[in-house]
Design a binder for this molecule. Structure first.
Ligand SMILES: Cc1cc2nc3c(=O)[nH]c(=O)nc-3n(C[C@H](O)[C@H](O)[C@H](O)COP(=O)(O)OP(=O)(O)OC[C@H]3O[C@@H](n4cnc5c(N)ncnc54)[C@H](O)[C@@H]3O)c2cc1C
Length: 425
């Protein structure tokens, strides 16, 4: 895709206009058996599958401020100028028209677990029998001094929720001079999408290698080493980009100086860059924290893994990135989609008086682009182990790619089309 096609793609179909968070004008129901907060990978899947598993007999209201679903998976290709934002945008129409989900375009502002109500920013209140909460992550801007102000005036972007910021970050990279530096900082795990920052660095390097070959990509990682697919990423960096990509472990960002375009670290010298992509630590989405559901280190929500019911509040099920993860469980869209199905089955079983599934299973595959065409993957299967009350990776399941390839690039795009259809179609 050339630049003109990309720009056409980015603005096609009003996709950007659809990203805004305007409130719905349709009447808001005063109650529903199941209310879902957050129409991302976890919430949209749960909403659809409660309708499917109940043969459309359980009413579902989905509360989501955005008019369309914009996928983080594949959005690094937008940051690298390979795809447009329209390519990662899907309307919510099929949830409404095919599955009968009532969608309210608003934000949940408060949850009353005792009264079993959700209050919306627009003022309405909805009563639920079961609440599903999949609000994603909140970026903890205040843990890096100066970051909140730099982010607020648009100088320093994260693009860790796909949307207008994703496009704006690409524009910064596109405007960077040849010989400039793109720096991405990575917080200590756990954070949303373990391989995501390394994928972003790779795709940006692929663009710079072609368009601005004197430039540099710095990966400044708070962790001891690359947190996902390390050997495959490192091999790709050295073979495809040579000295253009530099990986520095144990670099925990503590402050930014937006005017001087500088990042300060706990230890190690300051780093100056032309485009700074500083990813702060993360926690469960604000509504989960405010509602007292983030009962693991005040950051993540503990759940009963059989049903994803919160351990802090009955009849509230928390999914996706917001939860305290089981061993080996990544914060990924594929995982959130899997959570959504397990939770939907448990909710339908309970509301219908059916026996719950005592041995749920989850699957995960994360593809990562290491250039604009070549991809690597990691995959796993997870089973609920009753004796330990947690999910564990099934021995011998999954694994990582033997080598990067363009064939896996085609698989990655097919994975995306399939998971968008499964979550929203
Ligand atoms: C650059 C990048 C690349 C990634 N690549 C991959 C990949 O290749 N594969 C993969 O599996 N995963 C990938 N991920 C991770 C994936 O995006 C997340 O794990 C996934 O989105 C988690 O789903 P979720 O439902 O928890 O949150 P989200 O999908 O973020 O959904 C949360 C939703 O809740 C809404 N919301 C928040 N608060 C409220 C409120 N108060 N009221 C109403 N709605 C609210 C938000 O608007 C949002 O729509 C990537 C992430 C990034 C950033």
């Amino acid at each position: 895709m050339n630049r003109r096609e990309w720009i056409q793609g980015a603005f096609a179909g009003g996709a950007l206009a659809a990203l805004g968070g305007c409130a719905s004008s349709s009447p808001v129901p005063s109650s529903a058996k199941v209310v879902v907060v957050g129409g991302g990978y976890g919430g949209a899947t749960a909403a659809k599958y409660v309708r499917l598993f109940s043969e459309q007999t359980i009413d579902v209201v989905l509360i989501e401020p955005n008019r369309s679903f914009v996928s983080c998976p594949i959005s690094n290709l937008v940051v690298g100028g390979v795809r447009g934002i329209a390519d990662v945008t899907t309307p919510y129409d099929a949830l409404r028209s095919r599955h009968g989900v009532t969608i309210v375009h608003d934000s949940a502002s408060a949850i009353d677990a005792a009264k079993k109500t959700v209050r919306l920013a627009g003022g309405a209140e909805i009563r639920y029998d079961k609440l599903v909460l999949s609000p994603g992550v909140e970026l903890m801007f205040d843990s890096v001094a100066g970051l909140r102000a730099a982010q607020a005036d648009g100088q320093l972007l994260q693009a860790w929720r796909a949307g207008p910021e994703t496009v704006a970050l690409w524009r910064q990279i596109e405007a960077m001079p040849d010989g400039g530096v793109f720096a991405i900082t990575i917080p200590e795990a756990p954070y949303r999408c373990p391989p995501g920052p390394y994928e972003r660095a790779s795709v940006v390097a692929a663009y710079l290698k072609k368009a601005k070959p004197k430039s540099k990509v710095l990966i400044l990682d708070a962790n001891q080493d690359v947190t996902s697919k390390g050997p495959l990423f490192k091999k790709a960096w050295s073979e495809l980009y040579g000295t253009m990509v530099e990986y520095r472990p144990q670099h925990k960002a503590v402050a930014v100086d937006a005017a001087r375009r500088t990042i300060k670290f706990e230890i190690h010298d300051d780093v100056r860059a032309d485009v700074l992509n500083v990813l702060p630590p993360m926690r469960a989405g604000a509504i989960a924290v405010q509602s007292g559901l983030a009962n693991a280190n005040a950051r993540w929500c503990q759940v009963d893994y059989r049903s994803f019911e919160s351990t802090a509040a009955k009849d509230i099920h928390v999914l996706g990135d917001a939860i305290q993860i089981a061993p080996g469980m990544p914060k990924s869209g594929h995982m959130a989609n899997s959570h959504g199905k397990v939770a939907a089955a448990a909710i339908v079983a309970e509301l219908k008086g059916l026996a719950p599934n005592e041995r749920p299973m989850l699957t995960n595959t994360c593809y990562s682009f290491v250039s604009d065409a070549e991809v690597i993957h990691v995959a796993s299967v997870h089973e609920y182990v009753a004796a330990e009350k947690t999910f564990k990776t099934v021995a011998g399941s999954g694994g990582v790619s033997a080598a990067r390839s363009e064939l896996e690039g085609r698989y990655a795009l097919a994975w995306a089309r399939n998971i968008w259809a499964d979550t929203l179609g």
